[in-house]
Design a protein around this ligand. Structure first.
Ligand code: HGY
Ligand code: MN
Ligand code: MN
Length: 405
């Protein structure tokens, strides 16, 4: 089964009229994990899972007790996701191992194709959930208690028969990893603009996720004079625009408010309570510090000026993740054997490679995104590029196998 066919099967899981919704530990996402496991078994791989539903499919190496090279990505999506973000890297990992089988190549290191749990942070408010627990960056017991949008804890979701762990899979323990490779769609316009099919990632931007809670005073929309209001949504709107301005002024930084809860959410009631998400990113962490400092200033001014209470909590801070030079060189050698050109590309999008990059040599390969689009149903990558990416990944596994301990 080639990668295009595997993606055709995966894209049906969680499909709806505005894209794909395959949040962690929901029925469609569990079906995607089950499909990964059945494909892996069909390829003769040994499938295991861990306590937060990361899936591993192992192809043995020739060197006894060598640590495995992990190759993977994620199966979950944002609520109106496309068919390629994450799923491509997981399907391609299995295809790359099939390529090694067809070529009769045995690597010294075992290779494990991986489907990481909950990279998007769509249902449970923690991005790279599975890979960060695997890498020891987040404590599993603490993560199990995280409450999702639907009020269900991760532990409860893991125990649910329709969305939880797969039955009968041996548990994978430990975090032995010799190196990590991830193939992903670029989710930006660079490769397409350059007319190239392959990119080698230089670094993943630093990113921070915060939550702002604004508490004002509710009241009748028709009778409370403007000067007497403590309108939570009016206050939140000032913060959103200030955040946008700060990111623009910094340059080479982005700020996004993607989710907002307004209560009581009535057309004729003054909003009393607003909670909104903040996502800020930049290759340069000093810019993120500057944006946060500006936001804190504006919060003080708006709190005083509007008589509202404002709380700001940061729940994810990730430094930028440089990719490992020796692995980038190995990928460059691999791509050169294909006589393909490539570009060095930074990643504004986050990936599980941010987690693995903290504990092992790590590198990423990109293929182009049509129109630079992602996190939307229009997300698309040409079949030719998808197939080229698998070949580059298979070649990169062989090259990395030679250079890591
Ligand atoms: O948000 C991101 O960059 C990734 O898609 N989770
Ligand atoms: Mn992704
Ligand atoms: Mn994504």
């Amino acid at each position: 089964m080639n990668v295009v066919e595997r993606l055709e099967a995966l894209r049906t899981l969680g499909a709806h009229e505005r894209g794909i919704d395959r949040a962690l530990l929901t029925p469609p996402e569990r079906r995607a994990r089950a499909l990964f496991a059945s494909w892996a078994r069909a390829s003769g791989l040994h499938v295991t899972q861990d306590g937060v539903s990361n899936l591993f499919a192992r192809r043995d190496g020739t060197r006894a007790n060598a640590q495995p090279i992990l190759v993977g990505s994620h199966l979950d999506t944002v609520p109106t996701g496309g068919a390629y973000d994450g799923a491509y890297g997981v399907a391609a990992a299995l295809c790359a191992l099939d390529v090694l089988d067809v070529r009769g190549v045995r690597t010294a290191h075992p290779i494990e194709a991986v489907a990481w749990a909950g990279e998007e942070g769509s249902r449970f408010p923690l991005g790279c959930l599975g890979s960060s627990v695997f890498a020891g960056l987040n404590d599993e017991r603490t993560v199990l208690e995280i409450v999702g949008d639907d009020g269900v804890t991760l532990a409860q979701a893991l125990a649910s028969p329709e969305g939880g762990l797969l039955e009968g899979l041996p548990m994978r323990t430990g975090r032995d990893v010799a190196a990590y490779l991830e193939l992903h769609v670029e989710q930006g316009p660079v490769l397409e603009d350059l007319g190239l099919s392959l990119g080698i990632v230089t670094a993943i931007a630093a990113q921070r996720r915060l939550r702002a809670t604004v508490t004002g005073r509710s009241g009748h929309a028709g009778t409370v004079p403007m000067a007497m209001r403590a309108d939570a949504l009016g206050a939140a709107s000032e913060l959103v625009l200030a955040l946008e301005r700060a990111a623009r002024e910094q340059g080479d930084a982005v700020a996004t408010v993607g989710r907002m809860l307004v209560e009581p959410n009535g057309t004729n009631v003054i909003p009393a309570h607003v909670v909104f998400s903040i996502d800020i990113r930049s290759p340069d962490e000093a810019k993120l510090d500057a944006i946060e400092a500006r936001l804190t200033e504006v919060i003080a001014r708006v709190r005083k000026g509007r008589g509202v209470e404002i709380e700001l909590e940061a729940f994810e801070r990730r430094s930028s993740t440089p990719m490992t030079p020796a692995l980038r060189d190995a990928i460059a050698r691999a791509i050169t054997t294909q006589c393909e050109a490539y570009a060095d590309v930074p990643s504004g999008a986050g990936h599980d490679a941010m987690s693995l990059g903290k504990i092992a040599p790590t590198a990423m390969i990109f293929v182009p995104s049509t129109g630079g689009q992602s996190h939307v149903s229009e997300e698309r990558t040409a079949d030719r590029d998808l197939l080229l990416g698998v070949e580059a990944l298979a070649n990169a596994i062989v090259e990395v196998d030679r250079v890591v301990d």
